[in-house]
Design a protein around this ligand. Structure first.
Ligand SMILES: Cc1cc2nc3c(=O)[nH]c(=O)nc-3n(C[C@H](O)[C@H](O)[C@H](O)COP(=O)(O)O)c2cc1C
Length: 197
């Protein structure tokens, strides 16, 4: 099984991002051989990062509690899809803080970005791509940028049928990104497993 973690990138009361994350989850669950985990930052109440040494330069690091749970959940996955809104032309602080904890848990695994905002969250997506690169995960080239999604998606993450049917709409973009992510996730997992033997 290829394990894909969907990271829900904000925790605000009344957030729209939860619906979009469910939409991503639903799409992944139609794929064979894929196990989906939701990593909702609401479930990982991480304090503001305050470790004395940068995580990737700290071989003595022994994370505990919720930080360990967050990092272990990232370790478990073969790839990631990060669902983020745009806040002040970037990603939410809570999402950036979560990535500040990462050392090598995401190493040699791909990640996809789903963003939303008035211009599809494009500025947040570009910032996130840079952050993901430094988190040592490989961002796939396909971006899913969503504008005005809130009007066409329900609480369970179902898109309105006419929107879903448009091959050049959000569903088509998401499926293309998932194709790319899974191809790379499977290839990288094979390589990681062969090196382990
Ligand atoms: C603090 C804050 C800042 C925002 N800044 C931007 C912005 O810079 N660009 C944009 O397109 N939308 C911006 N928005 C609109 C959000 O992208 C939109 O409300 C989206 O639904 C937020 O996701 P959420 O509902 O999951 O929190 C902002 C919203 C908030 C709450």
């Amino acid at each position: 099984m290829t394990k894909i973690a969907v990271i829900v990138g904000t925790t605000r009361r009344g957030r729209q991002t939860a619906k979009q994350a469910l939409w991503v989850k639903n799409a992944l669950e139609t794929r064979k051989g894929v196990e989906v985990t939701m990593l909702d930052l609401k479930d990982y109440e991480l304090p503001f990062f305050d470790e004395p040494v940068s995580p990737r330069y700290n071989p003595e690091r022994t994370p505990e509690g919720i930080v360990k749970q967050w990092l272990d959940a990232l370790t478990e996955a073969d790839g990631y899809i990060v669902v983020t809104p745009e806040y002040n032309h970037s990603i939410p602080g809570v999402l950036k803080n979560a990535f500040d904890y990462v050392d090598f848990q995401m190493n040699r695994k791909p990640s996809g970005i789903v963003s939303h905002g008035t211009v599809g969250g494009a500025r947040a997506a570009m910032h996130l791509k840079e952050i993901l690169s430094e988190s040592k995960t490989l961002p796939v080239p396909e971006f899913v940028t969503l504008a005005h999604m809130s009007d066409v998606i329900d609480e369970q993450g179902n898109l309105a049928e006419d929107v879903k049917a448009n091959p050049y709409g959000p569903q088509g973009a998401l499926e293309g990104m998932i194709d790319s992510l899974l191809w790379i996730a499977e290839a990288f997992a094979d390589k990681r497993n062969s090196q382990r033997n």
